[in-house]
Write a protein that binds this ligand. Structure first.
Ligand SMILES: *[C@@H]1O[C@H](CO)[C@@H](O)[C@H](O)[C@H]1NC(C)=O
Ligand SMILES: *[C@@H]1O[C@H](CO)[C@@H](O)[C@H](O)[C@H]1NC(C)=O
Ligand SMILES: *[C@@H]1O[C@H](CO)[C@@H](O)[C@H](O)[C@H]1NC(C)=O
Length: 307
């Protein structure tokens, strides 16, 4: 039974391989596999900013060290533009302070580039551990206040005239939201924001995401065979779950039998399977689908060969 699930996937990606070659969908031909295959890390020296732990309790004077990086190679103080890459839910990669579209823009606009790591990620540890009690300070509200506090301090350190200096915030995905919120909340500090793919509308049961996954698979394979195979496989899995979970447990090597799982576990199981296809689309040709090097370069198009 599992075999037929697998065959569905093989069929799915078989079609993809045949037709996918002709499609680019906004990415360079052949993807960006080569560039990302060997991640380059840059040894830009880190700087440390004394940041407030709790911006909303005036009596709480505790501070911690927030990491940031600066690239002043293009900076022309007469222009006074400051580019800020807002950190998000992951370690800030020092490579981003020397490479990327925003660095190209910085060269053009003679900007000072600063990248600020998000609290609780990478080397920016506001608390000694991640206990539930300490996680109360992990929020987008605190993160936005971090940025505002940071901007004010840098204005002072670089002796920037706060009436004339133009801070432009950049961010993608969650930091894209942060960048947009920064401009809304602190218009006196942030002159403009570039919010890339910033999710700004919260929606429960956000199935539109999977509609995009479906459209992308269809477009990439120029047929709906692929999506139909995935649908069939999911239906088959659901039928199996009703009939005999032991087959599913065995083939998916689940840690805990479904008889001992609560409804959240089951939801999580289905979500993981759906996510496999979602991530294949979202990170296609990005070389970061897996932490294991051997699976990093999995793409929609490489699936047939891989299987
Ligand atoms: C800034 O970025 C440019 C472009 O990558 C690089 O050549 C330069 O060395 C960087 N400067 C610093 C101080 O990191
Ligand atoms: C920076 O990006 C350019 C392409 O824009 C690439 O040629 C170069 O190898 C990159 N440098 C590093 C250190 O990744
Ligand atoms: C993907 O990476 C693995 C291991 O790093 C390598 O053996 C394989 O040739 C790569 N496949 C492609 C299509 O580049």
């Amino acid at each position: 039974m599992y075999l037929s699930f697998k065959i569905c996937i093989i069929l799915t990606f078989g079609v993809t391989v045949e037709c996918g070659k002709h499609f680019r969908l906004g990415r360079s031909s052949g993807g960006i596999l080569k560039a990302a295959a060997e991640p380059v890390r840059h040894n830009a020296p880190a700087k440390w900013f004394n940041q407030k732990l709790d911006h909303f309790t005036p009596t709480d004077m505790r501070t911690w060290k927030q990491r940031y990086f600066v690239n002043d190679s293009f900076y022309d103080s007469k222009h006074g533009h400051i580019f800020l890459m807002v950190g998000g839910e992951g370690e800030a990669n020092p490579l981003w302070i020397i490479n990327g579209t925003w660095i190209d823009y910085a060269e053009q606009f003679r900007a000072l580039c600063i990248m600020l790591e998000h609290r609780y990620y990478g080397a920016s540890h506001p608390t000694s551990d991640l206990s539930v009690k300490n996680l109360q300070y992990l929020s987008s509200h605190q993160a936005l206040a971090d940025v505002a506090n940071f901007i004010k301090a840098i204005n002072e350190e670089y002796k920037l005239d706060s009436n004339r200096v133009k801070w432009i915030a950049f961010g993608g995905s969650y930091p894209g939201s942060l960048a947009a919120w920064l401009r809304v909340k602190f218009p006196h500090l942030v002159y403009a924001s570039v919010s890339s793919s910033g999710p700004l509308q919260a929606k429960l049961n956000f199935n539109e995401y999977f509609q995009v996954v479906e459209q992308s698979l269809n477009a990439k394979t120029s047929s709906d065979d692929c999506v139909n195979s995935v649908k069939m496989a999911h239906k088959e899995l659901e039928a199996l779950m009703e009939k005999s979970t032991s087959i599913v447990e065995k083939n998916f090597r689940v840690c805990v039998p479904f008889s001992k799982a609560n409804s959240y576990d089951v939801k999580n199981f289905y979500s993981n399977i759906a996510d496999y296809f979602a991530e294949l689309v979202q990170y296609n040709e990005d070389n970061r689908l897996s932490v294991k090097p051997a699976y990093k370069n999995i793409t929609i198009n490489s699936q047939r060969e891989a299987i």
